[in-house]
Design a protein around this ligand. Structure first.
Ligand SMILES: [Zn+2]
Length: 436
């Protein structure tokens, strides 16, 4: 066997997390998968088509951003310091109606992909309108994506007639059914922007295509009273009453849950993605992460869009999430670093139903890998074996491979023209600026 790529002189974490980093290791890639991983002496007889010298860098599984609206990079910083309702109704929905078109989604999703790759993300679960153009952008950048077409009850970008929203999503699913990097899915915006009929139809479509159904759920206290007034129950129970909760449903945010909601989510096997930075910035609240994990609910972590974060850096997100939970629980051991790293790797993969393929560095898994430069003052010394979560920053990620393809090496994007992307986004941003 001649591997396509051999990573030499890399450090690997101990699989049980209690021993020091193992230095002088190698990792071989054949096609899109890891074919061998271990100490260098086991690779002595191996000749690869291409050798990448790790120079003592730490190899880790690429991160999984469980929730994003990639194209919203155009609206980064456009409307800060507002409540969710004000932000959404008075700024974001009008801006989306005006500026979200295929060209914008394509270039702004490409910019988002660059930002994510630069900070070690190798898979994103995205949900937006004109999602075909986001999927195209992800495929061209080499970023793995679960790309979900947005469904909402009012006229939306690309779907001026709300009557056609389910057909539109169905066409999108058909179009991207067999791409190696893109898994198409359905994203119903929320229980307050989608009627029961829309929610049932969207979930039925996802079920018939055996794909995921994403929905913003129980994000704010206001949503709780709104759904109680309209549907007579909590958002989670409303979705459950409609028969929407199962292992193929992913509830985003899940900040305002009561004990019964948590029990229902655990019983039905629905997944959750928390977005702590977005919830912090919009002051939506803190998701009951400990209670979710204690019930064995699958939980991932996401950045949400750049308009409510304003970064797409999962390393920063993990750090904030750990500290937010420590502070709010007045308990420094509330959610330890290892738990967050798990949520951003194999735990996140499980939420997306991709745990057999990604989330760990082991033979047979897809080669989604980041190399972290440990040779910086803020990452010395290294005592433990895991990602040094409270010291690392996104810019410590040097090299990224996705599906066996080298997409970034020594912080240079190789898979697409980043300069052109930045220029195109600036051009689009000029139009927004002129209209303000
Ligand atoms: Zn969102």
């Amino acid at each position: 066997m001649t591997p396509d790529i051999l990573l030499t002189d890399i450090c690997l974490p101990d699989p049980f997390g209690d021993a020091p980093l193992k230095s002088n290791c190698c990792l071989a890639i054949q096609g899109d998968s890891i074919c061998q991983i271990g100490p260098a002496h086991e690779f002595d007889a191996l000749e690869a088509k291409r050798v990448i010298k790790g120079r003592g860098q730490l190899a880790l599984p690429g991160l999984i951003n469980g929730h994003c609206h990639a194209a919203m990079t155009l609206f980064r910083g456009l409307a800060d310091d507002l409540s969710l309702a004000d932000w959404l109704n008075n700024y974001i929905f009008p801006a989306e109606a005006r500026y979200v078109q295929p060209d914008m989604v394509y270039w702004c999703s490409k910019l988002a992909a660059a930002e994510m790759i630069f900070s070690g993300t190798t898979t994103v679960a995205d949900g937006y309108f004109h999602e075909h153009h986001a999927a195209k952008a992800f495929a061209e950048t080499g970023l793995r994506a679960v790309a979900a077409q947005g469904v909402i009850d009012f006229p939306a970008p690309g779907v001026p007639d709300p009557e056609k929203k389910i057909n539109h999503a169905a066409e999108f699913l058909t179009q991207w059914r067999s791409h190696p990097l893109i898994r198409p899915a359905v994203f119903a915006h929320s229980p307050y922007t989608c009627s029961p009929g829309t929610l049932v139809a969207a979930k039925e479509l996802a079920r018939s295509e055996k794909t995921l159904f994403f929905i913003h759920t129980a994000e704010t206290e206001q949503e709780i009273s709104m759904i109680h007034d309209k549907q007579g129950d909590s958002p989670v129970r409303h979705l459950h009453n409609l028969g929407l909760l199962d292992a193929g449903t992913v509830c985003i945010h899940a900040v305002w849950l009561d004990e019964q909601d948590l029990d229902i989510l655990a019983e039905t096997g629905a997944g959750i993605v928390v977005c702590p930075q977005s919830s912090l910035k919009l002051a939506s609240g803190k998701a009951p992460l400990q209670a979710m994990l204690a019930r064995g609910i699958r939980v991932g972590i996401g950045t949400d869009g750049a308009a409510s974060n304003n970064r797409l850096d999962l390393i920063r997100e993990m750090d904030s999430c750990a500290k937010l939970n420590k502070l709010r629980n007045l308990d420094p051991v509330a959610v330890p670093a290892n738990t967050l790293v798990n949520m951003a790797t194999q735990g996140g993969a499980a939420v997306l139903g991709l745990h057999r393929k990604i989330g760990r560095l082991e033979e047979g898994k897809h080669a989604d890998i980041m190399l972290v430069n440990l040779d910086t003052p803020h990452l010395q010394p290294v005592h433990g074996s895991d990602l040094p979560l409270y010291a690392i920053q996104g810019s410590d990620v040097q090299t990224v491979l996705i599906n066996g393809i080298l997409v970034m090496q020594d912080r240079k994007i190789l898979s697409f023209d980043l300069e052109e992307t930045v220029e195109q986004v600036r051009r689009l941003a000029e139009q927004v600026k002129k209209s303000l």
